[in-house]
Write a protein that binds this ligand. Structure first.
Ligand code: ADP
Length: 270
C-alpha cells in the first residue's frame, strides 16, 4: 500500500467531464449526478468551499434532441448547448435539493480574464456564493455567446482549462478533475494496454506532453492535452490537481483523506 498523501483542501473545485456524465448510449448518467450531489453537499455541510465545473451541455442537448452525432456547425452547437444546459441544471437542481442544497448557475466567458470589470464582477459573485451555507456554484462556459475566431476570442476553449482558471480565480487549494480514466498514464491506455498510471507529476515536460493522446469517447472533447494545460496552470499557481475516474464520486472523499488515487499534479514536496 502506497503512503498517504498530505492533502489539505478547504476550498475545492471539482470538474466533471462529459465522458463521466454521458453514457455510451447517449443517456445522462443520473446515478453519477446523484452521487456527486451527495458527496459535494456533505463537503459543503462540513464547512468546505465547493465549486462544481460541469461539462456536457452539448452531450445532454444531443440526448434531448435525439441527435446521434455532435453538430459541426458552430451555431448549431450553441443551440444544442442551450437546450442541454437548461436540462442539465434542472437535473443538478433536483439532485442537490435532495440534500438541502441550492445550485447557482454561473455561465462565464473569457471576458472575465480580459476585462478587469468582468473579472471583478465574477470574483464578487463567487465570493458571495461561497459565503452562502447551502449553495453550490455550478460553472460552465457560456456557449451561446462564446466564439473563437481570429479577431474575437471569448472562448476558454474547453472546460478543463476553464476549471483551472476558476480554481485560480477562487484561490482553491485543490482541483479534482473527474474523467472516465483512472489517471494520467504513460500512454493512452485505449491504444497501449500496458501503459502505466503515473502517481505524481511535478512538471509538464515534453515527455509528459508526448504521452497525451486524443479523447476517449464520442462525447469527450479535450482528451489529455487540455487536462495537461489545466495542470500547467494549476502548477504555475502552486495549487494542486488530482485527475481520476469519476464513475464513483465517492472517490472525492478518498482523495481528501489522502489516499493515493489517480494522478496528483503538485509542486509541494511529499
Ligand atoms: P472528459 O470528458 O472526462 O474530459 P476525454 O474523453 O476528453 O474526457 O479524455 C479522457 C480520455 O483521454 C481517456 O478516456 C483516454 O482514452 C484519453 N487519453 C489519451 N492519452 C491518455 C493518457 N496518457 N492517460 C490517460 N488517458 C489518456
Amino acid at each position: 500500500m502506497q503512503n498517504k498523501r498530505s492533502i489539505v483542501a478547504n476550498r475545492i473545485v471539482v470538474k466533471v467531464g462529459t465522458s463521466t456524465l454521458i453514457r455510451q448510449n447517449s443517456k445522462i448518467n443520473l446515478t453519477v449526478i446523484k452521487d456527486l450531489a451527495h458527496v459535494l453537499s456533505n463537503l459543503k455541510k462540513s464547512g468546505k468551499d465547493v465549486v462544481l465545473v460541469s461539462s456536457s451541455a452539448i452531450g445532454v442537448g444531443m440526448g434531448v434532441l435525439g441527435l446521434e452525432t455532435r453538430p459541426v456547425k458552430i451555431s448549431r452547437q450553441q443551440a444544442v448547448a442551450a437546450v442541454g444546459q437548461a436540462e442539465l441544471m434542472q437535473i443538478y437542481n433536483e439532485a442537490f435539493h435532495e440534500y438541502g442544497m441550492s445550485v447557482a448557475q454561473m455561465l462565464i466567458t473569457r471576458d472575465i480574464i480580459d476585462y478587469p470589470e468582468s473579472h471583478t464582477n465574477v470574483m464578487n459573485s463567487f465570493q458571495e456564493l461561497l459565503s452562502m451555507d447551502n449553495t453550490i456554484p455550478i460553472v460552465n462556459e457560456n456557449d451561446t455567446v462564446t466564439v473563437s475566431e481570429l479577431d474575437h476570442h471569448t472562448k476558454f476553449g474547453d472546460n478543463d482549462q476553464l476549471s483551472a482558471i476558476v480554481a485560480n480565480l477562487v484561490d482553491a487549494d485543490l482541483l479534482i478533475m473527474l474523467s472516465d480514466i483512472d489517471g494520467f498514464y504513460s500512454a493512452n491506455p485505449l491504444k497501449v494496454p500496458d501503459a502505466e498510471l503515473i502517481q505524481r507529476i511535478e512538471k509538464i515536460n515534453p515527455e509528459i506532453i508526448a504521452a497525451a493522446g486524443g479523447h476517449g469517447t464520442k462525447y469527450g472533447t479535450g482528451g489529455m492535452t487540455t487536462k495537461l494545460k489545466a495542470a500547467e496552470l494549476i502548477l504555475k499557481h502552486n495549487q494542486q490537481m488530482v485527475l481520476t475516474n469519476g464513475k464513483d464520486p465517492e472517490i472525492i472523499n478518498n482523495i481528501l483523506a489522502g489516499e493515493p488515487v489517480g494522478t496528483l499534479f503538485t509542486k509541494i514536496p511529499e
